[in-house]
Design a binder for this molecule. Structure first.
Ligand code: 73E
Length: 808
């Protein structure tokens, strides 16, 4: 490969502007230049992708297929340029052509085809699978609208559509020749022909699935993988006039279904909306994906008998669980296998990752819906269920266990049990979470098939989340570790530990953080008009709004601080800024109330002169990947305060740690592993442990007692009832905490139980902050020990222990 210089890029950009937009660089808008840049990089990746694919074909390599209803990719221009080793050249070329490189990067919309952690994890794993040179493909839906854009109007969340494709489609390469047909509804008919039994789905509504491929460049490699996003189209009748009336109506029906399937991402995180459109989305992308995998496999090997040897299908939670019956359908109906052979292949091909133990997120579908929408798949699910149930009965002889482990029961299809039955592996996403799966949620399945269960602790793309977004820190790491080795060997970060007593290093680390805070403050001022004091502690909680994540606990503590300041204006000496960012699912009323409360409190504090240069609360509108990229390098305190046992892993916690923020957190999810590495002395741990929460629940938890006993808590809960200067009262939240509401118990997530311990942890944190040398030392230890949370490590574990594929 001849090296690509600034000049080559400049020429390519000029030519691309000309050919694609009919413009010279002088005439082009920022948006056109962004798209031209994307197209130029896409051309380079396309060549490498073809080579990658051919190589894998020649070597008959085992392919990984990563299925997820969500991929939260964020922006790609800077990331791809970085991975291709072209970031400096691209910057220069853009500047030479009269553009501000930063503006071009900034104009790119986030590809926000995901809600939160689960979707972002899939995006990070694509980067690592490619960097580790694993032949892998991601599959999802090419949603027209990604996660909604959040506006705050009078303190409340308003949702706006996210039309990302206008500029974002520059990364997509449609492959209409590889279109698949997905069938819904109709009836199943069996007939004999020449001694063979055929099963066909007649009168089905057919939706075309058109692949739109997004290329994924790895770092330090020529390997390029693909994220295949399926777009839905109706089958176009050639001549409408030739169609009988019935067929005409059918065509219209097909079109209506096709138009809605890829329209919008469901905006619920950790919650399932049992809508039939969602089930259609799931089957649409699962069926299109499997048909395309099967077609390629059969083309290469001429048989499906070795499918499991050459393919592994990883499913991101149960959302793609229909791969199990759909693969059975393809093997039986299309490839002509008998049940046992098909089952053997299926159960050696599919692996399932569980991401949540929240019961409202465990997928169950009404059997009537599955039967109506997917009649053939339903038959297969029923048979899988029948055989699994027999196996459970033979093993346990216990009707209670039979019921718990059943796939079809009480008129519902339970997707997690389907995944356990039909998968070769089931993994949780942190040590604690995987233990909870074995001991609690999937206890009986574990008892019967313990070999299926593993743990793979989540990881993040450290090249994006450290090196790319935090150049100051990246520079320090290179200086201290002797180069860029850490980019491919994240454990090299460990060397930073050796500088714990090097005053100049600690000072430099502090200066980098300070500069990043100033940069974020400038960005916040420019884009949102908020004034942030860069001398204040930047204390941050950014994640989806959910009661179990306990943003409300953070708020209660701030109210307590505020009330303390009322009594004694000198109670706070160190300025403290609390930053929140969170989207609430549009139908999640309580979450929306909490957003409003944060904004009411922010407004109150803003208007109280006592708080000036002492206390500030800011709600950052429209939290998303690109905002996180600005915020992580500037953060000092990472709030990871979920009720122990509820957050499966968390990945934001890892991003903060890698950027040197200190964690205030509970022993939940991957915080447990962070604590194992850091010890009590390098993080601010507090609160009940997971088993203590369970015990308290069993013994009977009465939050009113705490309210009556603790005057600080009492006063701050009372403030919810009276509200703040905007006149909005939060009696509903007060009631929820003390008495419960709408079927949920009082203080379901144990905020009151952890309140005192949390206040003390925040106090310890603020006291530690006074000694900047000690603080910077802790920060250095955090960065040094964060290497294990790189996605490269996690993906290597999947490759070694589940997929059994070689990697770099
Ligand atoms: O703890 C996080 C975890 O870090 C978990 O809540 C999240 O997945 C992350 C990655 O492993 C998650 N999201 C969902 N379930 N778990 C979910 C469920 C339904 C719809 C959308 C997302």
């Amino acid at each position: 490969m001849t090296p690509i210089t600034t000049q080559t890029l400049e020429n390519a950009l000029t030519a691309k502007l000309m050919v694609s937009f009919g413009k010279t660089a002088a005439e082009a808008t920022d948006g056109e230049m962004m798209r031209a840049s994307a197209l130029v990089l896409r051309d380079m990746m396309a060549l490498r992708e073809v080579e990658t694919r051919q190589k894998a074909r020649q070597q008959h390599a085992r392919q990984v297929h990563y299925l997820s209803l969500e991929f939260l990719m964020g922006r790609s221009l800077m990331k791809n340029a970085y991975n291709l080793g072209l970031l400096p050249q691209l910057r220069e070329a853009l500047e030479h052509l009269g553009f501000k490189a930063a503006d071009i990067f900034e104009i790119e919309p986030d590809a926000a085809l995901g809600n939160g952690g689960l979707g972002r994890l899939a995006a990070c794993y694509l980067d690592s699978m490619t960097t580790l040179e694993i032949p892998a493909t991601g599959y999802s839906i090419c949603y027209e609208l990604g996660i909604f854009k959040q506006k705050i109007v009078e303190g409340q969340q308003v949702e706006l559509p996210d039309n990302w494709k206008d500029l974002g489609a520059a990364w997509l390469m449609p492959k209409p020749a590889e279109t698949q047909e997905v069938r819904f509804g109709g009836t199943v008919r069996e007939f004999w022909d020449n001694g063979h039994l055929h099963i066909v789905n007649e009168d089905a509504t057919v939706v075309q699935a058109v692949p739109c491929d997004m290329e994924i460049a790895g770092y330090g490699t020529e390997h390029v993988n693909v994220l295949r996003l399926w777009d839905a189209r109706s089958t176009q009748p050639v001549d409408m006039s030739l169609f009988s009336r019935g067929e005409y109506l059918k065509a219209a029906e097909d079109e209506a279904m096709a138009e809605t399937i890829a329209k919008v991402l469901y905006p619920e995180d950790n919650h399932l909306e049992g809508k039939s459109l969602r089930l259609k989305q799931q089957y649409f992308f699962v069926s299109a994906t499997l048909q395309s995998i099967a077609a390629k496999h059969t083309e290469l090997y001429g048989t499906m008998k070795n499918f499991h040897e050459k393919n592994v299908i990883q499913i991101n939670d149960t959302h793609p669980a229909l791969v199990i019956p759909e693969l059975m359908r393809i093997l039986i109906d299309d490839a002509g296998m008998d049940w046992d052979e098909a089952w053997d292949i299926t159960t050696r091909s599919v692996a399932y990752t569980n991401h949540t133990v929240l019961s409202e997120a465990l997928e169950r579908w009404p059997q009537s819906l599955v039967e109506f929408l997917l009649p053939r798949v339903w038959q297969i699910i029923l048979e899988i269920s029948r055989r699994w149930q027999k196996k459970v009965e033979d093993f346990y002889h216990d009707p209670k266990k039979t019921e718990k482990m059943a796939i079809v029961w009480g008129g519902q299809v339970r997707m997690a049990n389907l995944c356990i039955a039909g998968g070769m592996a089931v993994n949780g996403v942190s040590g604690l979470h995987s233990e909870i799966l074995k001991k609690d949620v999937f206890r009986d399945a574990y008892g019967m098939e313990p070999w299926k269960f593993r743990n793979v602790t989540n990881g993040i793309d450290h090249r994006r989340w450290l090196s790319e977004i935090n150049p100051g820190l990246d520079g320090l790491i290179r200086d201290l570790t002797g180069g860029d080795d850490y980019l491919l060997h994240p454990q090299a970060l460990k060397k930073l530990d050796d500088y714990a007593d090097d005053a100049s290093v600690l000072e430099r680390l502090g200066a980098i953080k300070r500069a990043n805070k100033a940069a974020f403050a400038a960005h916040a001022k420019k884009t949102r008009g908020v004034e942030l004091n860069p001398d204040a502690i930047f204390d941050v909680q950014v994640k989806r709004l959910h009661e179990y994540k306990r943003q409300l606990l953070n708020v209660l503590h701030i109210i307590a601080l505020y009330q303390k300041l009322q009594d004694d204006p000198n109670a706070i000496t160190q300025p403290h800024t609390f930053l929140f960012g969170a989207k609430a699912a549009p139908g999640y009323a309580v979450a929306k109330r909490i957003i409003r409360l944060i904004n009411s409190l922010a407004d109150q504090i803003d208007h109280d002169p006592i708080c000036r240069d002492k206390l500030q609360v800011v709600f950052l509108e429209n939290y998303r990947v690109s905002l996180a990229e600005q915020l992580m390098p500037a953060s000092e305190v990472s709030q990871q305060i979920s009720t122990a046992g509820k957050e499966a892993s968390g990945t934001g916690n890892m991003k903060f740690m890698m950027n040197g923020a200190l964690t205030v957190g509970t022993l939940d999810g991957a915080n447990v592993e962070m604590h194992d590495l850091l010890g009590d002395e390098n993080m601010f741990l507090f609160g009940l442990r997971a088993d203590e929460v369970e015990q308290l629940k069993r013994e009977g938890y009465v939050p009113q007692r705490l309210y009556n006993r603790d005057p600080v808590l009492h006063r701050c809960l009372d403030a919810l009832r009276t509200g703040f200067r905007d006149g909005v009262r939060y009696d509903d939240l007060y009631q929820r905490l003390l008495f419960g509401a709408g079927g949920s118990p009082a203080d379901e997530y144990f905020l009151l139980a952890d309140f005192q311990a949390y206040c003390q942890a925040e106090k310890r944190m603020a006291e530690t902050y006074r000694d900047q040398t000690a603080w910077n030392r802790m920060s250095l230890h955090n960065i040094a020990r964060s290497g294990v949370f790189a996605a490269d490590r996690a993906v290597a574990e999947y490759a070694d222990n589940i997929w059994h594929v070689p990697h770099k």
